[in-house]
Design a protein around this ligand. Structure first.
Ligand SMILES: Cc1ncc(COP(=O)(O)O)c(C=O)c1O
Length: 410
């Protein structure tokens, strides 16, 4: 789509236009991208086919936490490309076990189930919880409790417990076995868990819903309830984890350790799809050969990159950057409250910004920001998400927020 009326339309060269037209003809229309055609990227900057530079404040939905083409990650990728990339799980590789051991240690758990996309990790977590329910808890007709306004991906099962009508409509029949309660309401959760509940699945901070941080006592109560009622607590840290909020996991802000971590996005260093289910042996041990798998899951290239990512996270510097620069980002965005911004939420370098709807939809404001060289993504209605790569500097934050203020001034 060419977004008629946008300044982009008048300044587009034929290269941009041709690419967007080709996209419209041959790429399924399941996204509605801004008219920016990326050609290269480095750190926090994306350059388009016209040579225009944009400050990336989306970071591929947090998959590029460590910056585009992070040198440590690309060095690992180049070296591994020259060794071995894929053998399937039919054989061992010298990369998988060290990666799983390191990731398990980072999470304080025993075992890792490697997969590819985030949605696959969620699906796998659900399967593990159901199998645990059958084999260990002895439940026949199990249920899993989820939070309202969740976002866990796009597979048939996952959209079955979404309340986003756009994601659901027309894709039934839906997978049964899920119950939804308001996010942040531990009493509702306590009332909903019954003897057939095997897991509570939630994002510790809801990302796609608009960076919704729960009340302080909520996650500790979820943890306590899960322990008391013999239910697995599954934290989907696919977007919130791996330093995005200033801690390795968002759960760390409340001192909460779930039974199962679901990880993805940044785990692949912005290079490979790499996701994981991480848990102790008494949980992940319910899987036996043939019961679950993936041809590409845990391939040597992804595993080598994952090991580098885990080593980078173990140093703690990305978490520190996210905390310090996140405070800076939140302070700067907070100054715009009353000047076109209604509210700012989030933790670390992750901010959900509600814009006064008089300035247009989130999509319209994103387009105007892109024209000024800043890439952000709307979530719902008039909420924008600022989630730059964690290598951003304070000056770059100031520059982006300045552009945002200009857009809001009109
Ligand atoms: C919390 C959460 N879980 C799962 C997913 C799905 O990940 P993927 O798009 O890699 O399937 C996402 C994607 O945005 C997410 O934010």
């Amino acid at each position: 789509m060419l977004h008629a009326g946008s300044a982009f339309v008048t300044t587009m060269t034929s290269r941009t236009q041709e690419t967007i037209e080709l996209d419209a003809r041959h790429v399924a229309h399941n996204y509605s991208p801004l008219p920016v055609v990326a050609a290269s990227a480095e750190g926090v900057w994306i350059t388009d086919v016209e040579g225009r530079r944009y400050l990336d404040c989306l970071a591929a939905y947090s998959a590029v936490n460590f910056g585009h083409r992070n040198p440590e990650v690309t060095a690992t990728a180049h070296a591994q490309l020259d060794a071995v990339t894929l053998v399937s799980r039919a054989f061992h590789s010298d990369r998988l076990a060290p990666f799983c051991a390191a990731l398990a240690e980072l999470c304080g758990k025993d075992m890792v189930l490697p997969m590819n996309s985030g949605a696959e990790a969620v699906e796998s977590g659900i399967k593990v919880a159901r199998k645990w329910g059958t084999d260990v808890k002895g439940v026949r007709d199990s249920n899993i409790v989820v939070a309202q306004n969740n976002f866990h991906g796009r597979t048939t099962t996952i959209i079955s417990f979404s309340d986003d009508e756009t994601a659901r409509r027309g894709f039934g029949p839906y997978t049964p076995g899920f119950r939804s309660v308001p996010f942040g309401d531990a009493d509702a959760l306590a009332r909903t868990i019954d003897e057939n509940t095997v897991a509570v699945l939630l994002e510790p901070i809801q990302g796609e819903a608009g960076i919704i941080v729960p009340p302080d006592g909520y996650l500790p109560r979820v943890r306590a309830l899960c322990t008391e009622r013999n239910v697995l607590m599954i934290a989907d840290e696919i977007q919130s984890g791996l330093a995005r909020t200033g801690r390795t996991f968002a759960c760390d802000h409340w001192g909460v350790v779930p039974d199962i971590y679901l990880l993805g996005k940044a785990l692949g260093g912005g290079v490979m799809p790499l996701s994981a289910v991480v848990a102790d042996r008494h949980i992940l041990g319910v899987l036996h050969p043939g019961e679950h798998g993936s041809t590409f899951g845990g391939n040597p290239l992804a595993a080598a990159i994952g090991s580098t990512v885990v080593a980078m996270l173990a140093r703690g510097e990305f978490q520190e950057r996210s905390t310090e620069l996140g405070e800076h980002l939140h302070r700067r965005l907070g100054n715009l409250i009353g000047h076109g911004v209604l509210a700012v939420r989030g933790e670390g370098l992750w901010a959900g910004v509600d814009i006064d709807p008089v300035h247009g939809t989130g999509k319209e404001v994103s387009l105007r920001l892109a024209e000024r060289g800043v890439l952000v993504k709307d979530t719902h209605g008039s909420t924008l998400r600022f989630a730059p790569p964690l290598v951003i500097t304070a000056d770059e934050i100031d520059w982006a927020v300045h552009r945002f203020a200009e857009v809001l001034r009109g």
